[in-house]
Write a protein that binds this ligand. Structure first.
Ligand SMILES: [Zn+2]
Length: 191
């Protein structure tokens, strides 16, 4: 079935699609195909179904992105920016820290929360938010990656891609072990 994203929160990990039949369908972020997260107004295709609490969409695929106000620029570098779920502008989220720990990132235009932090990949792989390796990786991310443009692009990509990757890894222990190897090297270097 075809439909449009009525509402989606990357922070909460779920949203609703209004289908061509006029019904609202709940969907979990894990049902979204590909690395790109949906934003409000995106056209999608999905498999309609019934969940315990009502209509539910699976196999959600974005077919066309909703146009944002700043869409007219042809600058390819804008691709590493995220779309604010509140105001719809393309932006680089600003990271808010509290006692040195990143708390969330916000849209620099409207101040809306873009993402609450957890180190998605590392937490899923290590299974513990406060494992020493996870803390070291967070520090590496905050102190090293942020200082250069490539690092910022990486962070942006990482935050867009990693919730689905983390969900994928959480169910695959062997693969998790493989991912852990390079992460361990990084963590030790910055621990
Ligand atoms: Zn905004």
């Amino acid at each position: 079935m075809q439909g449009k994203i009525k509402w989606f929160s990357g922070e909460k990990g779920y949203g609703y699609i209004v289908g061509d039949d006029g019904q609202d369908y709940y969907f979990n972020v894990r049902e979204v195909k590909g690395a790109e997260l949906p934003s409000n107004g995106d056209a999608v295709t999905f498999e309609p179904g019934q969940g315990k609490k009502g209509p539910r969409a699976t196999a959600v695929a974005i077919t066309s992105k909703a146009l944002s106000p700043s869409h007219s620029n042809s600058n390819r570098h804008s691709d590493d920016r995220a779309t604010c779920p509140h105001c719809g502008k393309k932006m680089v989220p600003r990271i808010i820290t509290y006692h040195g720990e990143p708390q969330k990132s916000v849209c620099p235009f409207c101040g809306g929360t873009y993402k609450k932090f957890g180190c998605f990949i590392a937490t899923a792989v290590y299974g513990d938010f406060y494992a020493p390796e996870v803390i070291a990786l967070r520090r590496f991310r905050d102190e090293t990656l942020e200082v250069c443009a490539i690092g910022r692009a990486f962070i942006s990509l990482y935050y867009r891609c990693s919730p689905p990757i983390a969900a994928f890894l959480a169910n695959r222990p062997l693969l998790s072990a493989l991912v852990r190897l390079p992460l361990n090297v990084l963590a030790r270097r910055n621990g």
